[in-house]
Design a protein around this ligand. Sequence first.
Ligand code: UD1
Ligand code: UDP
Length: 391
Amino acid sequence: MISCPDVQSGIGVIEGKGLKMRVMSVFGTRPEAIKMCPLVRELEKHKEIESVVCLTGQHREMLQQVIDIFDINVKYNLDIMQPRQTLTTITTSVLEKMETVLKGEQPDMVLVHGDTTTSFAAALAAFYQQIPVGHVEAGLRTYDKYSPFPEEMNRSLTGRIATLHFSPTEHNQRNLSMENVTKHVYVTGNTVIDAFQTTVKEGYVYKDTDLQKINFDRKRYILMTAHRRENLGQPLVNICHAVKRIVEEYPDIEVIYPVHMNPAVRDTATAILGDQHRVHLVHPLDVEDMHNLMARSYMVMTDSGGLQEEAPACGVPVLVLRTETERPEAVQAGTVKVVGVNEKEIYQNAVALLTDPAEYNRMAKAVNPYGDGHASERIVRSILDWKIHTT
Ligand code: UD1
Ligand code: UDP
């Protein structure tokens, strides 16, 4: 169930009081952008809100791909990305550059998303200026501070700073409640479903030229992604070896792996899978190509957070290449399985889905615990409601 205030009657009150609210959305990586752009578009619809977008530029090309598709107005781009950047440089660059932007712009609220270092540092920068923070996708937890690293701690610390908490599910709300965070927590659904609903189209034609060359009618396709910091090194080597074994033993299987731009990921993926002709190592796909490819895949193997939310919504089983997940909803529903980062276990779980129709059918159910595609509207209504009651 989705709960949040219906403040339709209050809309206009803010404007009537001459209190146009300036809301600054700050984000910097691909997944944040995919999940924040629908919200920015919703903010832009409200005349009682002045929406300002500030990109940190933690990602560069992968962020721009999303901005181009959603076509939103960007006022600031801090452009902080460095090749092989460290958590410290991301944090300090965002903190320093945000200070200038916040002092100049003086927003009434800063919105950040999820668990990236951009989110945490931007929230901290806003806190230092005593600007209230709204945390989108709040309350997800693994309760293991090193996994996912550093995201679990980024998300928890952002939650400590935030005044408003927008939780995708009631489970996330309960997590916050266990931490005594009960004020201004709104269950809204996840904005990824808002984005997802507009990207998947019947008869969609891929823009990526590598994808255009693949004949999707003949084979079963596994869509895979792997990029997480805690998987760099041996875990990613294990993942790639498992995939290699799968394509070597199952001639009807092809794997499409849009490889993250992180050189630490590219080096490993290319070294182990580069000469496998049924493994397509492609560039990061734009979100329309990605979502449509996902909807047509046989299964997904991933360490991504977002894919765990998206693939179940289109009935595609997901094997999670991690030791935990902060998204237990689809696991409980049976469409997502956490298989770890051990080569043998990844291989065995994939083989079960490839060879056992009963197992496959058990997992291939369309399950969407993440909302109805109206999360952005609920978030904006909650912000307006909060503003009305605090002025
Ligand atoms: C970041 C987030 C992670 C999220 C992921 C989404 C943190 C700590 N991590 O991790 O939570 O899952 O984004 O993809 O916030 N690079 C480019 N071009 C780009 C993007 C990245 O060249 O457009 C390369 C750069 O060399 C960069 C490296 O990738 O230094 C790593 O990027 P970074 O944002 O530090 O880490 P991610 O693994 O992308
Ligand atoms: N995605 C994309 N192109 C790609 C890989 C992923 O558009 O080549 C999308 C994916 O559909 C999801 C989001 O990016 O919406 C997930 O991003 P990522 O895996 O980088 O981060 P995470 O979700 O793990 O934080």
